[in-house]
Design a protein around this ligand. Structure first.
Ligand SMILES: [Zn+2]
Length: 398
């Protein structure tokens, strides 16, 4: 359920957000090609004149690890031993990382994809069923007791980074005082902070995104978010139309070119040159068409899910295990957060638009228009960052 929600969210957020990242790598990802070196167990094969990601010997061992976990339900410690006996030595944490990585079941998740999940062209190491089965087992375990007990105290590590040098903060336990701290990875930086204090600061921020209005208003909220979303997707409709036009155009150009070549109006050299050029253009247009039209359009259902999720939001972070906490953090604040030791301030450059809308409309409804001071977002700039229509307030009931 959680996975499904996160997927929907990513999809939703994507549709709202203007595609902005560097085209090349993102396009590669959208095509299903992993742009960098693949995870453990895979290697890049260039022997057939193209770049293919294939499973290697280590990968075959990792496949066994998935099977041991799914069918025998053995602990990661046992799996670690078995792998070591077969020559693959891994640390405990690495094993859970592997089990959580959907790349192994043929899917790609990448921060450039902003939450979208893409089917990769790489060899699938395990089936999706097997992957989900293993993750179901892992979730059950981590709800009972935590495998990484220590991390629960420092959930913001890696997510929070140093405002001074932009390095991620790590966490540690001061055993003498028995207190957890976050600290910048740069030695000279001396940016460290009591973990409980920074955690509760984060919880305070989450509180701004919690839905706190009566049921009637939740319906209104659903309608409003849906309306805003519709407005944004209208632009998408226009984009789609334009793309379809250019697709027709380029097909005509290719046809005309072929005609001229057959009629010997055109030299082979010129024909080749233009044919190549048009084919490239055509491919590019088709790729974009595919991306635009494949997006889910089940709008209201998606918004409802988002809002349902937001009602449980602060609690699910506070009571969640380390993994859940990290997922939530990344979902709400895709670029992470910075902590500035000098003025003791927390900042972020990006908030998931769905949650931003929810927080914004709620402030209007409750007439508490104050922005998010904890993130230095006053109401004016807060409202500015929320695009789309204003909410119509009902005259009675407030
Ligand atoms: Zn630093």
């Amino acid at each position: 359920m959680q996975q499904k929600l996160l997927f929907l969210f990513g999809e939703f957020d994507n549709q709202l957000r203007k595609q902005k990242c560097s085209a090349g790598i993102k396009e590669m990802l959208l095509r299903g090609d992993w742009p960098t070196s693949p995870p453990l167990g895979f290697e890049i094969d260039r022997s057939k004149n193209k770049r293919q990601i294939v499973i290697n010997a280590k990968g075959r061992l990792i496949r066994q690890a998935f099977e041991w976990k799914a069918y025998e339900n053995v602990s990661n410690e046992v799996i670690r031993d078995r792998l070591a006996q077969r020559g693959l030595k891994l640390i405990h944490q690495r094993i859970s990382e592997i089990f959580r990585n959907p790349f192994y079941c043929g899917l790609m998740v990448h921060n450039m994809l902003e939450g979208q999940v893409v089917v990769g062209n790489h060899e699938k190491l395990v089936s999706r069923e097997l992957f989900l089965k293993v993750n179901g087992i892992l979730d059950k375990i981590s709800h009972g007791f935590s495998l990484n007990e220590e991390n629960v105290h420092i959930p913001l590590k890696r997510f929070m980074f140093c405002a001074e040098c932009e390095k991620p903060l790590s966490g540690y336990l001061n055993r003498k005082k028995n207190i957890y701290y976050y600290k910048c990875k740069t030695k000279a930086c001396c940016n460290n902070k009591n973990a409980d204090s920074l955690n509760s600061r984060f919880a305070d921020i989450l509180d701004f995104f919690k839905i706190d209005v009566a049921i009637d208003y939740i319906e209104l909220l659903v309608e409003q978010v849906a309306a805003t979303f519709n407005q944004l997707t209208q632009n998408k409709q226009a984009d789609l139309l334009e793309l379809e036009n250019s697709h027709r155009e380029i097909k005509r150009k290719v046809e005309r070119l072929e005609e001229r070549y057959i009629e010997e109006d055109l030299s082979q050299e010129l024909y080749k040159k233009y044919h190549e050029k048009y084919s490239e253009e055509k491919k590019e247009i088709e790729r974009n068409l595919l991306v635009l039209s494949s997006k889910s359009s089940n709008l209201v259902k998606c918004v409802r899910l988002a809002i349902e999720y937001a009602t449980q939001l602060p609690l699910s972070w506070l009571s969640g295990d380390y993994h859940t906490k990290q997922q939530l953090q990344a979902l709400l604040f895709p670029s992470g957060m910075s902590y500035d030791k000098k003025n003791d301030k927390v900042r972020t450059s990006e908030i998931n638009l769905v949650f931003l809308y929810i927080a914004h409309f709620q402030q209007i409804m409750l007439k508490k228009e104050r922005g998010i001071p904890e993130l230095n977002l006053n109401y004016a700039s807060f409202a500015d960052s929320v695009a789309g229509s204003r909410i119509e307030l009902p005259t009675s009931g407030l």
